[in-house]
Design a protein around this ligand. Structure first.
Ligand code: GMT
Length: 385
């Protein structure tokens, strides 16, 4: 198939999922065209079967904001026409779904009758496009409209599909295709751990990790609160991977607890698959996660998560089996559980193995990518004509 993919190409879970999906589809022989504002950060630009089309919105003195959405819709239609794409797959409803709808209509009504055709598009909902920004009254009606106009809609968890139906009153079918991880890439390799871990923790020091975009929804301060409590009992270290608006406040909090020297603020990192396996525990105390890709990536590296019981997280983390779940903000309980687990080597090992097993058996690319391929085919069959 020839597939056009649009996503936010910079850091963020939806962009990661879209890019990894494109890479996996290309490896399976599909021709993939990324139509985005810049090259998705996980692409090298050298992958075969992958093409990149940059969208740039021209500025003009009249425009207070350059109309990127229109430029994107135009480029989508152009690329689809030129490369005879079979379908568009957009990640994150706002504004990508609306742009795809426009592109599809442009091709259906092309001025040259010989080039008129169907261009189905699929929207994948990722989370905040529904649970946060999509609920804003200025976006809700158009988000609902574009979801209902999509030829296919998928959600990354059953929770998100339910939320979309409840909050938006969407009645069209929503297919649940959960997020995935390449378990060959996200894997603990003992020789690499042995080589790299001393940079972050001395022998006998437990190493914790948090990976996010440091936005309020991630509750990074709770990460610091939990870690400060752990440090009272254990000579622990913490890797903080990512950057965002709450980073400097997190640094201030670390200073207040005088634990700044125990924390590695690593900023944005491209090769998280090399860092995650070094850790013993991952902290994800989010206010909301429609899925929790960071936890899955950690689990695939045999790192169990201490997470909050929110959104789609329980579809991934089974409390007490492959990780531990808590109420939002219950930093005392999270710290107590982390300390107990880190002291109990056998239980920690069993949980690490269960975490890896979950990733391999339920969320690996081998099980999830074919679901996308089958879904594409279903939409193509349904819209043929
Ligand atoms: O809000 C974010 O954390 C970023 C956002 C995104 O779209 O980049 O993440 C959402 O999509 C991820 C990938 O599907 C999910 O793993 C995250 O749980 C989801 N975030 C939220 O629901 C808050």
């Amino acid at each position: 198939m020839k597939i056009g993919i649009t996503c936010y190409p910079t850091y963020g879970g939806s962009g990661v999922v879209a890019t990894e999906l494109g890479i996996e589809l290309a490896a399976r022989g599909h021709q993939v065209h990324f139509i985005t504002s810049s090259q998705p950060f996980r692409l090298t630009g050298r992958e075969s079967n992958i093409h990149f089309h940059e969208v740039s919105a021209s500025t003009y003195p009249l425009f207070e904001y350059p109309p990127y959405d229109l430029a994107l819709a135009s480029r989508m239609a152009e690329v689809a026409d030129f490369y005879s794409l079979d379908l568009l797959h957009v990640h994150y409803a706002i504004p990508h779904s609306v742009c795809a709808l426009l592109a599809s209509q442009m091709l259906a009504t092309h001025p040259d009758p010989a080039r008129r055709r169907n261009l189905p598009f699929i929207t994948t909902l990722h989370g905040t496009d529904i649970t946060l920004i999509g609920l804003d009254p200025s976006y809700l009606p158009i988000t609902r409209f574009s979801i209902e106009q999509s030829h296919g809609t998928t959600a990354i968890s059953a929770h998100l599909a339910d939320r979309t139906r409840e909050a938006f009153g969407v009645t069209s079918e929503i297919e649940v295709i959960r997020n995935f991880v390449n378990t060959d890439v996200y894997v603990r390799r003992p020789e690499l751990v042995e080589q790299m871990r001393p940079r972050f923790a001395a022998p006998g020091e437990p190493l914790l990790v948090h990976l996010s975009n440091f936005r309020p929804v991630k509750r990074v301060f709770d990460v610091i609160e939990v870690f400060a409590r752990v440090c009272r009992e254990l000579p622990a270290r913490l890797m903080l991977i990512g950057d965002g608006p709450d980073r400097s406040h997190a640094e201030q909090l670390a200073l207040r607890y005088n634990i700044q020297d125990r924390i590695h603020f690593l900023g944005k990192q491209d090769d998280v698959h090399e860092l995650l396996p070094l850790a013993d525990l991952l902290l994800m105390p989010s206010q909301m996660e429609s899925f929790g890709l960071a936890a899955l990536e950690g689990m695939s590296c045999s790192v169990p998560a201490i997470a909050t019981r929110v959104g789609g997280v329980p579809e991934l983390v089974e409390d007490g089996v492959n990780g531990l779940l808590f109420n939002i903000g219950d930093v005392d309980a999270m710290a107590e559980a982390a300390i107990a687990l880190l002291k109990d080597t056998d239980r920690h090992q069993a949980m690490s193995q269960a975490a890896r097993r979950t990733a391999v058996e339920r969320f690996s690319t081998t099980s999830i990518i074919p679901l996308y391929e089958q879904y594409y085919q279903r939409i193509l069959d349904r819209t043929k004509g």
